[in-house]
Design a protein around this ligand. Structure first.
Ligand code: MLC
Length: 273
């Protein structure tokens, strides 16, 4: 058992590529402003064009689209699970001994650089947000696109990538925790999408939405703690400027998800009554 743990720890934390990782703008793959701008612009342009010219876009047969979405969702589900495990091990490894405050507040005044295993996995999470653009492509190519290509979906996919970039660039406090929480939610979300795609639509759709809503609420609570440390400790916390963008995004997603919740589930209760 111990040998298995050491092996996992080596491949997820201690391997030189991971332990010596450093986000260097312009050097690390995907770290240039042009990479970010082009990726997000191409994503938005193609999505808007597909909305504008939806009648010209062929829809794939149900079987083809289901097989591709099932495979894509399974890959993202497993990748998210990997990020949860690696995120926990990396935080444990990189956190100074018994300094629990570090989880929500990386020491400021140039004392924290975006390097080491925690930032490696945040970086993988950032790249995974670009892979998640494929979700939108799959929706566009499916027959249910008019129902599922929502503002919430496109807004989330475009902005989360930008915020991941800004967070890495500024070694934003709380990102390690955000990685673990968000990847955990994505494990169940992509499991839900996988099961839907293979025709076994789970009964727990509402549970997934509730978990997403709790995630955004938790974001506010942890932020309050981070701000407390920021204003009461000698060096403050890193990336408070980047956090300002993040918290506005968090608030907007909370509003959009509450709206999604009331539209999708409140009517069901009324129908049941
Ligand atoms: C329960 C939810 C996860 C999903 O709600 P939806 O109404 O979109 O779900 P649904 O029941 O229509 O989904 C089932 C349909 O999705 C298809 N499907 C399968 N895999 C998919 C994938 N990877 N991306 C997009 N769609 C996919 C299935 O084949 C099925 O199609 P068919 O219906 O044709 O059989 C919800 O809580 C939610 O997140 N809603 C917002 C919509 C969204 O885009 N969410 C993801 C990004 S936001 C996010 O990720 C926030 C976060 O960080 O937590």
């Amino acid at each position: 058992m111990e040998a298995l743990y050491s092996n996992i720890h080596y491949w997820l934390v201690d391997h030189p590529t991971i332990s010596q990782f450093e986000w260097k703008q312009g050097h690390t793959f995907g770290s240039s402003i042009s990479f970010l701008t082009i990726s997000v612009s191409v994503y938005l342009c193609l999505t808007l064009l597909s909305l504008r010219f939806s009648t010209f876009i062929p829809t794939l047969t149900t079987t083809t689209i289901r097989n591709i979405t099932a495979m894509h969702s399974l890959i993202l589900c497993l990748l998210s699970l990997l990020m949860v495990i690696a995120g926990i091990l990396s935080v444990q490894h990189q956190m100074p001994p018994h300094d629990w405050k570090w989880i929500v507040c990386f020491p400021g005044a140039n004392r924290t650089l975006p390097r080491g295993p925690v930032f490696f996995w945040i970086y993988i999470c950032y790249l995974s947000k670009i892979i998640e653009f494929i979700d939108t492509l799959l929706i566009v190519l499916s027959s249910s696109r008019s129902r599922r290509l929502s503002f919430l979906h496109v807004y989330h996919h475009a902005l989360v990538t930008v915020l991941g970039y800004i967070g890495l660039q500024h070694a934003q406090s709380m990102l390690g925790l955000a990685l673990i929480v968000n990847a955990s939610i994505h494990v169940i979300m992509y499991a839900y999408y996988f099961l839907s795609a293979i025709g076994k639509r789970p009964w727990w759709k509402k549970v997934v939405t509730n978990c997403q809503i709790y995630q955004f609420m938790l974001g506010f609570m942890i932020s309050a703690l981070m701000l407390y440390y920021h204003f009461t400790t000698e060096f403050g916390c890193t990336g408070v400027g980047a956090w300002c963008f993040g918290i506005v995004f968090n608030a907007s997603l909370l509003v959009l998800f509450l709206d999604f919740h009331s539209k999708n589930y409140t009517n069901n209760i009324k129908k049941e009554l």
